[in-house]
Design a protein around this ligand. Structure first.
Ligand code: G4P
Length: 525
């Protein structure tokens, strides 16, 4: 098959949701359709469950699941579909942001009763920033929830997107009768005790057909007709272009646990979701159709097996063909590397991979050469964009708690930062190290993993900080003046970039006003 046809048969996307909306359940149903798994329950939730076992064990359990479910590939209607998993806990949101750089579209699951929740909002915002096309799946229609029109209004207002329903629910909860598929013009009837497959689909080109009453009863038929009419007048018509540019988001309704409405969404997804897209680098835009291979690392898992120092780096192929055992240039290190055991992830199976194409995600065994954001190419110097570090929200001083293990402590911290667990800043005035994270859980993760993987102990001390922002100036003299005058609040991140540590929001604001030539950035890019 030609490179072009390999590219056009791939769809790489992420399912994102606020915890409990039904991401795991939906993912599992998608894999069942693809024949990638045979039984329900095969996909484990990667949620951190509190209270059952110790948090550390939960973190390890979650990490184990995260490796095996990082990429779930399957074939459906001659297409190669790659689902990229995102962590289920909000403290790992940064990991999710990075995963979103490696997909070409996203499915957002919304619980019909809870509507738009905090994580839905945060994650959709990242998709919007990146113009990632989104499809919404409103889940749990078998339960009572919000009125569909109100829910769509809420999605539009809170998420600042425009929606277009492509299916419409007939009642909900106890009264849920099914959905009308506006895309395929057919009725799909809900049977709470049955399995749903193609047999349940009734083609219904024209809703004024009196047969509708026969299927769903007089009241529901009347309601459906008037609601569909309203949908068609209120919402714009669907165009592929608007969807691909992230300007309009199709919405489907269903019930993942009942496997209802899922196939309709999947069938529409495979038709409209974009194939692997171009990726920006600092140097130029990389087109997937280019003959030469390029890709970037967006995720690293280390030390899954305590007996080996094993790491798996996940690479998204951006252009050309990746081949096993061929030499590629590691741009940051400036040297060639080859990979005898690259891994493909087909749902729960791992297989040795001979070649991979744009849109594919491959696992590379690594002995510590990679960090997040690294690029591999056939020699051209390319730095992929869109993998920024975000300004952290919680800070603590980190100190070595065992003087005999200084070396292990330093190495452990270094590697955990490469993995993207947290960020580390070194204050220039006193050389103290400050860990910054998005959530509180990462502090526990670091302490626990330093002990179990590096035999090192750390101690945290409180530091009163509000934000760490990266600082830039057009003119080197302006930057130097700023760094000199705010000496006490200046740090360097792990890559040597200048960072301003603001104690309070007020300090940040006054400093911004006092130094108008300095740009304070909330992401490292
Ligand atoms: P998540 O990955 O987004 O966190 O959600 P997950 O799929 O784990 O689903 C969260 C809960 O919602 C699960 O129940 C799941 O069974 C339920 N659920 C998913 N889809 C539907 C649906 O369409 N209708 C209804 N009524 N429930 C749904 P749980 O009790 O937390 O777990 P379990 O014991 O059922 O596995």
């Amino acid at each position: 098959m030609s490179l072009q046809s390999e590219i056009s048969r791939r769809k790489t996307f992420a399912v994102i949701a606020h915890p409990d909306a039904g991401k795991t359940t939906l993912t599992e149903k998608l894999l069942l359709f693809g024949g990638a798994i045979q039984t329900a329950g095969a996909v484990k939730s990667n949620k951190i469950k509190k209270g059952t076992v110790s948090d550390f064990m939960e973190i390890e359990r979650q990490r184990g699941i995260s490796v095996s479910t990082s990429v779930m590939g399957f074939e459906y209607r001659d297409l190669q579909i790659n689902i990229l998993d995102t962590p289920g806990h909000e403290d790992f949101a940064e990991d999710t942001y990075r995963t979103l750089t490696a997909v070409d579209s996203a499915i957002v699951v919304v619980d019909v009763a809870n509507g738009v929740e905090k994580q839905t909002e945060k994650l959709t915002k990242v998709c919007r920033m990146r113009h990632t096309p989104i499809i919404f799946f409103v889940n749990k229609m078998d339960r009572e929830g919000k009125d569909p029109f109100d829910l769509l209004d809420e999605i539009e207002q809170k998420l600042e997107v425009k929606v277009k329903p492509l299916s419409w629910p007939i009642g909900m909860g106890q009264r849920f009768k099914g959905v009308y598929d506006l895309y395929q013009k057919s009725l799909i009837l809900f049977n709470p005790h049955g399995t749903h497959n193609e047999g349940d689909l009734i083609v219904f080109e024209d809703l004024s057909d009196p047969d509708l009453e026969r299927y769903i009863g007089d009241t529901a038929a009347k309601e459906l007709r008037s609601e569909v009419e309203m949908v068609e007048t209120v919402y714009p018509s669907f165009t592929q272009e608007d969807y691909e540019q992230g300007n309009i988001c199709p919405v489907f309704f269903g019930s993942a646990v009942n496997n209802f409405g899922v196939k309709e969404m999947l069938d529409c997804f495979v038709e409209i979701a974009p194939p692997p897209l171009s990726r920006p680098t600092e140097e130029r835009i990389v087109d997937p159709k280019e003959e030469k291979f390029s890709g970037f690392i967006f995720k690293i898992f280390a030390n899954m097996d305590p007996r080996h120092r094993d790491r798996i780096a996940f690479l998204r192929v951006c252009s050309g063909k990746f081949e096993r055992n061929k030499n590629y240039r590691h741009i940051r290190l400036g040297r060639d590397m080859k990979f005898p055991n690259p891994t493909a992830f087909m749902a729960s199976r791992k297989t040795l991979l001979e070649e991979a194409y744009p849109g594919d995600v491959i696992g590379l065994y690594d002995s510590g050469n990679f960090k997040i954001g690294d690029s591999l190419t056939e020699g051209e110097i390319l730095h992929f964009k869109g993998l920024p570090a975000f300004s952290p929200e919680q800070f603590r001083y980190v100190e070595n708690a065992d003087p005999l293990k200084q070396k292990q402590f330093a190495k452990g911290l270094d590697q955990l930062m490469d993995e993207g667990v947290a960020q580390m800043f070194t204050r220039q005035s006193d050389g103290r190290r400050i860990i910054g994270t998005v959530g509180a859980l990462q502090f526990e993760v670091i302490q626990h993993r330093l002990e179990s993987e590096y035999s090192a102990k750390c101690r945290y001390e409180p530091v009163s900080l509000y934000k760490a922002t990266w600082v830039h100036a057009e003119n080197a003299a302006d930057l130097k003046e700023f760094l000199d005058r705010r000496k006490r609040d200046i740090a360097k991140d792990k890559d040597g970039n200048w960072v301003f540590l603001a104690e309070t929001a007020w300090v940040l604001q006054t400093v911004q006003e006092a130094f108008p030539k300095i740009e304070f950035r909330f992401t490292s890019e």
